[in-house]
Design a protein around this ligand. Structure first.
Ligand code: NDP
Length: 395
């Protein structure tokens, strides 16, 4: 039925390639392209071994729009599935417009020189995609992604009005390293060292980083200290969930992780501005990324589970109601299935399902869309089938 071009061959790209290959009736032809083609070839060999399918590979610098356009024209995909880094979002969207294909990503754009992620840059493409009759689906990972779909499902099926949303993200896994990040270290560290922020009664409230905590009881994991962070799905959900009074985002971190982070910040190795080293400009966080374990390499031997969900409070039939909609995912099971850890898996599966929603026409409409602006039902059905079953706990 369709032809997909995946860009990015990290932990998430590995999962997306395997999961697309598992659904040949939708993804008839698959090409995996990235900056380092040897990583694409390694993934293609694993896909062949696990599914028997052959996928094509290619080298591309996705920051270079003409290079991307040439690749798209050669591959002729129905969709470009971007799982490179957030810096590549805008050049890949430009290339999709020029070559006339749909677009999907899992993380919103951020400029290299400022640790600030916002949808404004990508929402500005709305008219260009609409006028070209093309579709761009933003944030089709787990959070953002599945968490947005959980909110849309709650709005459609479970509540008359939603008042409070808390998104809670716990990784209770153990990868055996003293310090490592579960997705791209540069993007991850930029995200969590920002000021915390949440939305209440129409206003954004800013707090010092990691200054608010909550001991939340996560299904299949237990009580874990969670820290309030700003996360990108809050920006679109405040616009799309009617009657909302407050939305917050929480993530768990262990003491060991926080101590390493504090030391790295104190010595300046998380800085994103270039420093002069013997006449060579060096960006400390880029150097740090080189030194830390590659997130994809954590998968072997990773134990434990992720437990991520959306706690929603509101009103149904005139009565107060509170539910937790969640998924738990086991690192070792993910490794067995696709050779990846659960953080990559929980991002890559929804990226594949989002692509399926566009390529089968269920969610395809001209313009630029966030996940919750689509019918959640077919997406929720596919989560159960493709490895991320969800549950609802009435509280
Ligand atoms: P990795 O760092 O493991 O992989 C990124 C890949 O992109 C690498 O293969 C890298 O190539 C490639 N790449 C980087 N720059 C370019 C470029 N200019 N042209 C072509 N390819 C490029 O990251 P992850 O796989 O962990 O994460 C991928 C994306 O998923 C990120 O945007 C991340 O923010 C997002 N994410 C979203 C989540 C969600 O729930 N929504 C959760 C986790 C991640 P090279 O190997 O040469 O460096």
């Amino acid at each position: 039925m369709g032809n997909v071009l995946i860009v990015g061959a990290g932990g998430v790209g590995c999962v997306v390639a395997h999961k697309c290959a598992q659904v040949p009736e939708v993804f008839e032809q698959i090409t995996l392209a990235s900056r380092t083609v040897s990583k694409c070839d390694e993934i293609a060999a694993s896909v062949k071994e696990k599914t028997g399918r052959t996928i094509d590979t290619a080298a591309v610098d996705a920051d270079n729009v003409p290079e991307m356009v040439a690749l798209i024209k050669k591959v002729k995909p129905d969709l470009v599935l971007n799982v490179a880094l957030p810096y590549q979002d805008l050049p890949i969207m430009d290339a999709c417009l020029e070559a006339g294909v749909d677009y999907l990503d899992t993380a919103n754009y951020e400029p290299r020189d400022e640790a600030k992620f916002e949808y404004k840059w990508q929402w500005a493409y709305q008219d260009r995609f609409k006028d070209a009759g093309l579709c761009a689906l933003l944030g089709s990972g787990f959070d953002p992604g599945v968490t947005n779909v959980f909110c849309a499902y709650a709005q459609k099926e479970l509540f008359d009005e939603i008042h409070y949303i808390d998104i809670l993200d716990c990784n209770a896994g153990d990868h055996g390293h003293p310090f490592a990040t579960n997705f791209n270290p540069e993007i991850n560290i930029r995200e969590i060292t920002q000021k915390g922020k949440y939305w209440e009664d129409g206003n954004w409230v800013e707090i010092e980083p990691m200054s608010q905590t909550w001991d939340f009881d996560y299904p299949e994991v237990g009580i874990r200290k969670s820290f309030l962070l700003y996360h990108e799905e809050e920006e679109s959900l405040v616009q799309n969930i009617k009657g909302l009074k407050r939305i917050r985002f929480w993530m768990t971190f262990g003491e060991e992780y926080l101590t390493h982070l504090r030391v790295m910040q104190n010595i300046g190795i998380t800085r994103i501005d270039p420093v002069d080293y013997n006449g060579t400009p060096v960006v400390p966080i880029e150097l740090l990324k080189r030194l830390l374990p590659d997130p994809a390499s954590l998968a072997k031997g990773y134990t434990g589970k992720t437990s991520i969900g959306t706690l929603i409070e509101g009103v149904k039939d005139g009565k107060p109601k509170k539910v937790f909609i969640y998924n738990c995912c086991d690192h070792a099971e993910c490794y067995k299935e696709v050779g990846a850890q659960a953080v990559s898996y929980t991002t890559g599966v929804p990226a594949m399902i989002g692509a399926m929603m566009l390529m089968t026409g269920k969610w395809r409409k001209p313009g630029v869309w966030n996940m919750e602006q689509n019918d959640p039902t077919p997406f929720m059905e596919k989560l159960n089938i493709h490895g991320l079953p969800w549950h609802i706990k009435e509280l």
